[in-house]
Design a protein around this ligand. Structure first.
Ligand SMILES: Nc1nc2c(ncn2[C@@H]2O[C@H](COP(=O)(O)OP(=O)(O)OP(=O)(O)O)[C@@H](O)[C@H]2O)c(=O)[nH]1
Ligand SMILES: [Mg+2]
Length: 262
């Protein structure tokens, strides 16, 4: 029984990776760098984007957002005032209200995403600390947002998500003064499970640390200048570039996924 379950999960992840490659080919053709933005519900993904993307187009970086939510367009509506391309993708429309985005869901939304108008596409994943990390969507880099109300132990309890990300943003640091929270211990735990991670501390409320986050985002389109010799004919898991985003091939195959049939 257990073996059957693992096989189904492997097949599902293989199928996902095939579609993720197709997404990636489309992104490459349009020279768009794609970032998968993940966190537990409410850690501050949308608020960080509201802060960091305000005025970024005027500074020369064309960023679009694909908003993934189970239901509703609350987050897309919040970002609409920024005057950037924002597309909403709901997982309850034909996808069973999934708790994560997968490559197929993103693919279904691509016809509505004006890729030629952007250098970077940020995909805000569904708020969840486990499932989104298991499904590649064809992205170049992954960001995880972890807020200071979630507990210092989270990297040790949910290591896959922290390990999958190039950047970990510790958000809501304006609340530290009200909490008994050891932010240095959180950072040490993040680096214990992912020594390569870049770690930033932000408050999307006060704006502290947002400049560094914004600078990180603005640096993302450079991969096409760095990779000009490579013709961009790489597959999802064979290409190495400045973010090291594709060196994780099939590391998840031995993880039981919550949605596998029993
Ligand atoms: N104090 C404080 N509150 C914040 C900060 N960032 C976000 N919030 C608040 O946290 C709540 C959730 O923020 P969102 O940006 O909606 O979080 P999210 O990760 O996009 O949530 P989902 O998309 O539902 O997963 C809101 O009430 C925000 O105002 C912060 O840095 N400090
Ligand atoms: Mg959000």
């Amino acid at each position: 029984m257990h073996r059957t379950k693992v096989r189904v999960v492997e097949d599902a992840l293989d199928a996902n990776n095939t579609i993720a490659q197709a997404n990636r080919a489309d992104f490459d053709r349009e020279h768009v760098t794609v970032i998968n933005l993940m966190s537990a519900p409410g850690a501050g993904k949308t608020t960080l984007l509201e802060r960091a993307l305000d005025g970024i187009a005027e500074e020369g970086t064309r960023i679009g957002v694909l908003e993934g939510d189970v239901q509703g367009s609350f987050d897309a509506d919040r970002l609409a005032v920024l005057n950037i391309p924002v597309v909403q993708l709901n997982t309850d429309n034909g996808f069973g209200g999934e708790c994560h985005l997968d490559a197929n869901m993103v693919r279904s939304a691509l016809p509505g995403v004006p890729l030629p108008e952007m250098d970077v596409l940020i995909v805000e994943n569904v708020g969840n600390l486990v499932c989104p990390a298991e499904f590649r969507i064809g992205e170049d880099a992954r960001i995880m947002v972890c807020s200071v109300t979630e507990g210092e132990d989270k990297p040790l309890k949910y290591p896959l998500m922290f390990r999958a990300c190039e950047l970990v943003v510790i958000n809501k640091i304006d609340l530290l003064q009200y909490l008994e929270f050891d932010v240095d211990r959180l950072e040490a735990n993040i680096l214990q499970v992912n020594p390569q991670a870049t770690v930033m501390r932000t408050s999307a409320k006060t704006g502290e640390g947002i400049d560094a986050f914004r600078a990180w985002l603005k640096a993302q389109p450079t991969r096409f200048f760095e990779d000009d010799d490579h013709e961009h004919e790489h597959g999802e898991h064979t290409h190495t570039h400045s973010h090291g985003a594709h060196s994780h091939s099939h590391e998840h195959a031995d993880h039981d996924h919550e949605h596998a049939p029993a």
